[in-house]
Design a protein around this ligand. Structure first.
Ligand code: CP3
Length: 359
């Protein structure tokens, strides 16, 4: 295997001292890029794009080629596992992801079986292999999954939701059924992440997009407990023990200490969290990733530069005891973002962050 040309992101995630702050951006391959829209049009639809390794590779590389980001993220979606379980994923224009066969009864949950990643999700592993080859060591490749709670939410609601009436109804009225569902999803996720690492993923991220909708005790029981299982399973397996894992609960700012207790390597922070406060609370235990408001990317380049500096300053100096900072937005970049703003963001972080890594 070739040696990595830019391994800054992996060194930072391992808590090593680095010369500047690495940057990658959630949803960095997406509709704000004209070249992404062109490749998607060529594929016909989003799922075909995900399921065609060469095209998934092409869009993964687009933001790397254009902006020189410090890490690539596998182009796929968190909803591949429920799709492989037979729920029938479709992406409806203007609605987002929808399942044709959402879970509506105990019998629906009883029918679910753990997915086998190489067998049922081979196209994802093929994409990982093709991307690693194409990257040729330029930057590390991030693999990912949705959290069990977030996946279960989509599986039960059938689509995105504001109130989560169905999944919370299940959790409150039939907690045993909710746990049964979360466990089969968790078992699938663990196998899926291990397969991604075997195929070439060099770090892993768990997207808990909807954990922040829960009360603290429900979060602990229905979301965190399953992410804890995932981290522990990865750390217990010699094949994945050294692969860094980042947990991201959107709206989870109150729970950083508990999240760090899982033994994960890093935490993703949304923009509501004060970076300096997070550093004081858990910065000696985990690397912090984030957390500029993504909507800034839809405004002027001056605002982008300004807000990027604010995030760098809020994290401040990388003293010996700190695990460090990886720059990102607090959630995915939006379709309205201006591509030139991404250039301004990357330049600011790559050129101005060295000052925070001295001493
Ligand atoms: O970050 C990346 O560049 C890698 C690819 C990636 C996608 N989805 C591509 C995508 C990743 C890591 C995801 C994760 C994902 N998918 C999450 C967790 C992160 C988060 O945003 O909180 C969630 C909740 C999903 C589910 C999902 N997939 C939604 C809600 C949507 C529609 C929303 C939208 O932006 O239209 C998708 C579709 C999707 N996944 C798109 C992309 C680029 C847009 C598809 C398109 O229209 O081309």
């Amino acid at each position: 295997m070739n040696t990595m040309k830019n391994d800054l992101y992996l060194r930072a995630l391992r808590g090593e001292r680095v010369e500047r702050t690495p940057i990658w951006v959630m949803r960095q391959a997406g509709r704000y890029l004209p070249e992404y829209r062109a490749t998607r049009a060529q594929a016909g639809d989003f799922l075909t794009l995900c399921k065609t390794p060469e095209l998934a590779c092409e869009v993964t590389m687009q933001p790397i080629d254009r902006f020189g980001l410090d890490a690539a993220i596998l182009f796929s979606d968190i909803l591949t596992i429920p799709d492989a379980m037979g729920l029938g994923l479709v992406l409806e224009e203007g609605v987002g992801p929808v399942f044709e066969k959402p879970l509506r009864s105990q019998a629906d949950i009883d029918r679910l079986t753990k997915t086998d990643a190489e067998q049922d999700l081979g196209y994802v592993m093929d994409a990982v292999r093709v991307i690693r080859k194409e990257l040729d060591g330029r930057v590390p490749l991030i693999g990912f999954t949705g959290s069990p709670w977030t996946l279960a939410s989509y599986m039960v609601e059938g689509q995105g939701s504001k109130e989560f009436r169905r999944i919370k109804g299940l959790m409150f009225e039939s907690p045993a059924a909710a746990h049964q569902l979360l466990q089969v999803v968790t078992d699938s996720v663990i196998d899926y992440l291990k397969a991604q690492v075997a195929a070439g993923a060099q770090s892993l991220m768990v997207f808990d997009t909807w954990g922040g909708m829960l009360s603290t005790s429900n979060y602990q029981q229905f979301s965190l407990a399953y992410m804890d299982q995932i981290v522990k399973a990865l750390k217990a397996d010699p094949a994945t023990a050294d692969t860094p894992v980042v947990l991201f609960t959107k709206g989870g700012g109150a729970w950083l200490e508990m999240m760090a207790d899982t033994g994960c390597d890093g935490l993703g922070l949304d923009w509501t969290v004060d970076m300096a406060d997070a550093k004081a609370r858990v910065g000696d235990r985990v690397v912090l990733q984030g957390n500029m408001d993504p909507v800034v990317m839809n405004t002027g380049s001056e605002q982008v530069t300004d807000h990027a500096m604010q995030v760098l300053q809020a994290y401040g100096n990388h003293a010996e005891t700190d695990r460090g900072h990886i720059f990102n937005l607090g959630h995915g970049i939006q379709p309205h973002a201006k591509p030139d703003n991404m250039r301004a963001l990357v330049e600011t972080v790559q050129h101005k962050s060295a000052a925070f890594h001295q001493g």
